[in-house]
Design a protein around this ligand. Structure first.
Ligand SMILES: Cc1ncc(COP(=O)(O)O)c(C=O)c1O
Length: 379
């Protein structure tokens, strides 16, 4: 059986073949520990150094501002808990939004349990937080603003540069979860103006289980793992050389081919959108119509249920649901809920996300499968 057409690149990406080749020597002969002073440590240590430079080039920062982690979740945990505990004598208030990934919202819930206070800001109908609301939420005891760069479900890009500018004047640390934006749009930390930025390897054609945290030089951040002194003492533990080498190469590829990749993603996404809109009557786009990731297409189909749509197309197209229906109750994703999408639309929400490997022929086949399923279910 042919596998379904993969339109879920925001969930994870396949490995780039160049990335696989970059990993190979460290899987095979170059198995040494980068901390070893003998021959076996040399090449692995060089691989980690090179990868640090490659990630730094992509983010436009210094190599020593890059800390390798196990992925987006760890980077977010490190950024938020590391800042909160380092600055607890200064204040205990943190600002975020209602549409963050659980890797932010759950961390904040944990911090609330140990006496930190949070303000969870709403977003508008397009999934955008208002800078004025961020400003109004700031208190003398605010120590951290953590707001995602781009949303994983609807793709809306947040006004991070403006938020960071605001925070800088008040000496508040700014973290952005860039798990979904890295590799899809520019993520220059200087332009964004952030102090901390999270990267997830498996969203940029590197493997699962590797990521990075940008820590602006001079940021007051506590260490995450205690132990030996790897990662400048921020994150002890023998480095995941295979994953780190892969993330380095993946970052280089994303950076070198950025414009070309963006054009490809946009053209695939827009072709899918247009194709479905031409063949299906009651469909609505969620998220910001312009200020959004080039690869993400979040659609609601009126009076249909997302699970039933996915059941019908699942053997031919792989995508994600934005709602789950159980007998007579509907559970909307927290993002769709925060955007206050009317339930007759919200319950039929599907996220399609295209990637570098997506082809025009896949899109055309997917349009047929999706539109036929929607029209059948609508009868
Ligand atoms: C916005 C966002 N943040 C964080 C994560 C978690 O990253 P990881 O799976 O690398 O832990 C994800 C993954 O889906 C994400 O989309």
């Amino acid at each position: 059986m042919k596998p379904p057409i993969y339109l879920d690149y925001n969930a994870t990406t396949p490995l780039d073949s160049v990335v696989i080749e970059t990993m190979r020597p460290y899987i095979e002969e170059q198995f040494g520990n980068p901390s070893s002073s003998h021959w076996y440590g040399e090449k692995p240590a060089q691989a980690v150094d090179l990868a640090r430079k490659q990630v730094a080039t992509m983010l436009n920062c210094q190599p020593d501002e890059v800390v390798f982690t196990s992925g987006g979740t760890e980077s977010n945990n490190h950024a938020i808990i590391g800042t909160a505990t380092a600055l607890k004598d200064k204040g205990n208030h943190i600002i975020t939004t209602a549409i963050e990934h659980p890797a932010v919202l759950e961390v904040l819930k944990y911090l609330e349990g140990i006496d930190f206070k949070t303000t969870i800001l709403p977003v508008d109908g397009k999934g955008m937080v208002q800078v004025s609301e961020v400003e109004a939420a700031i208190r003398p005891e605010t120590i951290l603003i953590t707001i995602m760069h781009a949303n994983n479900e609807v793709g809306t890009i947040q006004p991070i540069t403006y938020i960071a500018e605001l925070a800088k004047n008040m000496e508040i640390v700014v973290h952005t979860d860039a798990a979904q934006s890295v590799g899809k749009i520019p993520t220059d930390v200087g332009e964004l103006g952030v102090d901390l930025l999270s990267v997830a390897g498996h969203k940029v054609y590197a493997p699962k289980g590797v990521g990075a945290l940008y820590v602006k030089s001079g940021t007051n951040l506590n260490k995450f793992y205690r132990g030996a002194g790897q990662e400048a003492g921020y994150r002890a533990g023998t480095e995941n050389v295979i994953g780190i080498a892969a993330l380095g190469k993946a970052s280089e590829l994303a950076h070198q081919n950025q414009q070309e990749n963006i054009e490809h993603l946009k053209s695939m996404r827009d072709r899918l959108h247009q194709g479905i809109a031409d063949k299906v009557q009651s469909v609505k786009l969620n998220g910001h119509p312009e200020i959004k990731l080039p690869n993400t297409l979040n659609l609601s189909f009126q009076n249909l249920e997302a699970d039933r749509i996915l059941d019908k197309i699942g053997d031919r197209v792989a995508a994600s649901a934005g709602a789950a229906c159980h007998s007579d109750t509907v559970t909307l994703s927290h993002v769709i809920e925060a955007m206050k999408i009317p339930v007759e639309w919200a319950k039929g929400t599907i996220r399609f996300s295209v990637g570098r490997m997506t082809t025009g022929s896949e899109i055309d086949q997917a349009i047929d499968v999706i539109s036929t399923a929607i029209n059948d279910l609508s009868q």
